[in-house]
Design a binder for this molecule. Structure first.
Ligand code: CTP
Length: 425
């Protein structure tokens, strides 16, 4: 019996896939189809797959062409599979010509002509196209625009000097990158005009304002998301799951630092101070691990000598029922940007710069039990948050990388950081 094997994602199954599978089957007597797992697709840069692994498997199965379906989970698996199943022929479409010649050592390799004029990428883009405009010109705007190239279904409306009223006519969604003091007004304006919103953190300055904006978005059936790229990074979300799963016991302390020196490109008139620039990112692990129901907090700031409204450095201490947290943020002050989550069994250590997390360690008293975790992070996480935004717009099912509750609590701290209770040094 001649065994044939082929692999693919098979997202939004189309005519090109079917033709390929039919011809693959004709090459032998028994066809094995490898469907790629989400994590593997993501690792090789396919971040936009619309259907889940189960849906894709079901679709291939329903064709009745495959004799056996397997899941492709890791790099190098093809060699393993070929040997394990005693495969005679490996086949894929001609878009891969040459790429799998290394398998010739193990079996025959056949490239079949790819069907012209159809691909999952095109179908994904056609099904939905979100025209995305930008409000505000924070220095990292170009980085975000560049990352949009990796996300299917987003068409960037290039930034111009158009008044905001005219921009509203050209877009379905906006990415707000104005100064935090303008966020409330910009988010509200966009929502009132029926546009989905991604806003650079914080959503607003003040919990009440943030709450009002989320309520408005919910009433209008629009997506309102806060952009903190760390929240969408795979390593960071896996870290949270490990903590919630009890791997370090009960959490007793979260210590987090984020700092940077001031950039040349910064708008001189309205610079982002330590709390504006870094507060939301630093608050993220605190609120996501310990919750927002802290009992007490204490804020200490060092303000600029030339501009008393500009905080160069902020330290906040939180006391919870059975835990504490401390954050240090600096803009124009530099420190080690690490994250440490201490528990009753062990601790998690994320080296600087922790907010671009692709690596972390769980450390125990007995060092032999230590574990290291690495997850690829592309585009600093920006492309993942764009994918989440587009997915939420399409499905209106909000995936909560960052809950409203956390966003509202962050907005609250931003206001407190400007209040009278702040102790100055
Ligand atoms: N294929 C084909 N003709 C097409 C599209 C895909 O023969 N028009 C083949 C591919 O060469 C591959 C298999 O179908 O052997 C599965 O491809 P997959 O990557 O899942 O499909 P694409 O449509 O190419 O997906 P994407 O656009 O995401 O790359």
């Amino acid at each position: 019996m001649k065994k044939v094997i082929t692999y693919g994602t098979y997202d939004l199954l189309h005519y090109g896939h079917i033709r390929l599978l039919e011809r693959a089957k004709e090459l032998g007597d028994y066809l094995i189809v490898g469907v790629t797992a989400d994590a593997f697709d993501r690792a090789r840069g396919k971040i936009n797959v619309k259907q889940t692994l189960m849906e894709r498997i079901e679709a291939v199965k329903a064709l009745g062409i495959a004799d056996e379906i397997i899941v492709e989970e890791y790099e190098g698996q093809k060699i393993d599979d070929i040997q394990r199943f005693g495969v005679d022929i490996f086949t894929v479409g001609s878009d891969w010509v040459g790429k799998f010649d290394y398998l010739k050592e193990y079996c025959q390799v056949v490239y079949l002509d790819r069907t012209e004029g159809v691909s999952s990428t095109e179908l994904r883009a056609k099904n939905s196209l979100t025209r995305l405009g930008f409000i505000g010109n924070a220095p990292f705007r170009d980085k975000i625009i560049n990352e949009c190239r990796f996300v299917n279904g987003v068409e960037v409306v290039p930034p111009s000097d158009l008044p905001i009223e005219d921009l509203m006519e050209k877009v379905d969604a906006v990415f707000i990158l104005s100064h935090p003091s303008e966020h409330y007004q910009h988010v509200k304006y966009a929502l009132e005009h029926g546009k989905h919103v991604m806003v650079e953190s914080p959503v607003a300055i003040g919990a009440q304002q943030a709450q009002e904006l989320f309520q408005l978005a919910n009433e209008k059936g629009l997506v309102l998301m806060e952009s903190i790229k760390t929240a969408y990074a795979l390593a960071y979300s896996r870290l949270l799951l490990l903590v919630k799963g009890g791997r370090i016991g009960n959490v007793v302390s979260v210590d987090v630092t984020c700092t940077s020196l001031r950039e040349q490109t910064e708008p001189v008139a309205r610079p982002w101070s330590s709390l504006c620039a870094w507060g939301p990112t630093a608050l993220l692990p605190i609120f996501q691990i310990l919750g927002t129901d802290y009992k007490e907090k204490h804020i200490v700031q060092r303000r600029s000598e030339t501009d008393a409204s500009f905080d160069l450095f902020t330290k906040i201490d939180f006391r919870y029922d059975k835990a504490v947290a401390a954050l240090k943020v600096g803009k124009g002050v530099k420190s080690e940007g690490e994250l440490i989550v201490s528990g009753t069994k062990g601790y998690i250590y994320v080296p600087a710069p922790w907010w671009k997390t692709d690596y972390f360690e769980i450390r125990y008293e007995n060092a032999e039990e230590n574990r290291r975790f690495f997850y690829q992070l592309d585009g600093e996480g920006i492309r993942y948050e764009l994918v989440a935004f587009v997915k939420n717009i399409e499905t209106r099912k909000i995936m909560h990388y960052l809950s409203e509750e956390v966003s509202i609590a962050i907005a609250g701290i931003m206001e407190d950081g400007q209040g009278d209770a702040v102790q100055l040094i």
